[in-house]
Design a protein around this ligand. Structure first.
Ligand SMILES: [Ca+2]
Ligand SMILES: [Ca+2]
Ligand SMILES: [Ca+2]
Ligand SMILES: [Ca+2]
Length: 473
């Protein structure tokens, strides 16, 4: 454990809205001392060493299609006829069955559930079964839950399950409440992250010009998204076919020999990656296909990188990329049956740069005192040593910034600061801790930790004040 005494508190940033600039207050801030306590705890890095610039894919040895990766698990669908095994025990080899592979343990598990196009989040695998019925499988309890809902393209994030009904309208099913919502919004191939449901919509489906070129074209499809909280639909106006969403990024392709682009829901702008590609997948990292090989795109630098790995049907979770490989294309037996004829699932890991704030706590929720202590934990979840800054904020006002923090791979630190709260006006204060984005860091959703909202109540009115607010102590 070591201890830093940092000076040079940002007075300007601290005196934000709601704080009266009196000479008393300036004095208060002048005497505020910022104490940063860093306690380092290092763990053994769990990343296997790799040659810089060379991606060596691993094979699961499992025959299957449509992988979906989350954590250490890859879920996929296996045609029984391809493995000549009755996987669901119904006496034939005519079914497609959901299986999953654990990258850490090398274990292959047969769920026995008939279905295709799985989507994995946490311990749940969502899939579409016979009759286009949407179901999910729980990896921990090994149980299947049928929802009795008909639809296509089911995707899951947290407790939200999205799919397209027979009427081509997007549905949102909440696993916690069991409530299904027909959004009434027309679209295809939805993707979901947080409260954002992204999809593409054919102009002919809605009978409207969605990309603003003055023509309602039957073959023009445009990226739109639905917010499950506000229930608002936003038209990005960008031509799009396959969409993928992560954080504020909606990635999409729109034509052969056209670059992959992405829309930022925060800025409302569309960015061109400058690299021709199809079927982008984004979740922390962004990958897409170019001529059957996999490309990684670094959102922080705008540089794309050819992995030189052949594959199809990409799925990504942080730096883990899972995909199908046709043995005929790589001319290799990947599942050990001595025949070059199978579609086998493989995976690799991209270099990972990732700082994350994992907690933010307060010493007291009572803002009627001179100062309270804010304590954040920050971790290096990536594979290299990183140097970065940490900020503490209320709403968008900076309370303090700690520069030049450094953490090795797997390391974490606890950072505490004093927040002079005595002078704040009554009101609500949303506090957060934010780690600066390091070079080549694509996973930026976890760089901000929301510590909740603290309320400073209005003090009792002084007698005869006629409604005037008493001066804060
Ligand atoms: Ca069967
Ligand atoms: Ca149009
Ligand atoms: Ca083979
Ligand atoms: Ca991060």
């Amino acid at each position: 454990m070591c201890r830093y005494l940092a000076e040079g508190l940002d007075f300007r940033g601290s005196l934000g809205r709601g704080v009266r600039e009196s000479s008393d207050l300036r004095k208060l801030y002048r005497f505020t001392t910022l104490i940063v306590t860093l306690s380092f705890a290092f763990f053994v890095p769990y990343f296997s060493p790799r040659l810089e610039g060379v991606i060596l894919p691993s094979t699961t040895g499992a025959v299957g299609t449509s992988p979906s990766v989350f954590g250490q698990l890859i879920a996929f669908s296996t045609p029984e006829v391809a493995v000549q095994v009755d996987l669901n025990g119904d006496g034939d080899i005519l079914d497609r069955v959901i299986r999953h592979y654990n990258v850490a343990s090398g274990t292959l598990t047969n769920t026995g559930a008939v279905g295709d196009f799985p989507s994995l989040f946490g311990e749940l695998i969502v899939f579409t079964g016979p009759g286009n019925l949407v179901s999910y499988y729980n990896v921990t309890s090994s149980t299947v839950t049928g929802l009795g809902l008909v639809g296509d393209g089911a995707r899951i994030y947290d407790d939200l399950l999205v799919f397209v009904g027979n009427d081509q309208k997007i549905r949102v099913y909440n696993i916690s409440t069991g409530v299904v919502e027909n959004t009434g919004v027309l679209g295809a191939s939805p993707a979901v992250f947080g409260t954002t449901v992204a999809f593409s919509t054919l102009e002919s489906l809605v009978g409207a010009d969605l990309n603003g070129d003055g023509v309602t074209d039957p073959f023009t499809s445009v990226a739109r998204y639905y917010d499950t909280k506000t229930r608002a639909v936003v038209n990005t106006g960008a031509l799009a076919d396959h969409v993928s969403v992560y954080g504020s990024i909606i990635a999409f392709d729109y034509a052969l020999n056209a670059p992959v682009r992405f829309y930022n829901t925060s800025s409302g702008s569309t960015v061109n990656t400058g690299t021709i590609g199809l079927s982008p997948a984004v979740y922390g990292s962004m990958v897409f296909l170019e001529n059957g090989t996999i490309r990684g795109y670094d959102m922080s630098t705008g540089v794309s990188d050819d992995t030189r790995v052949d594959g199809n049907a990409l799925s990504v979770y942080r730096n883990m990329v899972a995909f199908e490989t046709d043995e005929n294309i790589v001319n290799k037996d990947l599942n050990g049956d001595h025949l070059v004829k199978d579609v086998v699932l493989r995976y690799f890991q991209l270099p990972l740069h990732d700082i994350g704030v994992t907690s933010l706590t307060v010493s007291s929720t009572d803002l009627n005192q001179p100062a309270i202590t804010l304590t954040a934990t920050v971790a290096n979840l990536g594979g290299s040593t990183e140097t970065f800054s940490m900020s503490f904020l209320w709403n968008s006002t900076v309370i303090s910034v700690i520069q030049g923090m450094s953490l090795g791979s797997g390391g974490s630190a606890t950072v505490s600061i004093q927040w002079a709260t005595g002078s704040l006006l009554p009101g609500s204060y949303m506090i957060s801790a934010k780690a600066g984005v390091v070079p080549e860091e694509n996973e930026t959703v976890n760089n901000v930790y929301d510590g909740g909202t603290l309320t400073k109540p209005a003090p009792a009115l002084l007698g005869g004040g006629g409604g005037a607010i008493a001066r804060p102590l």
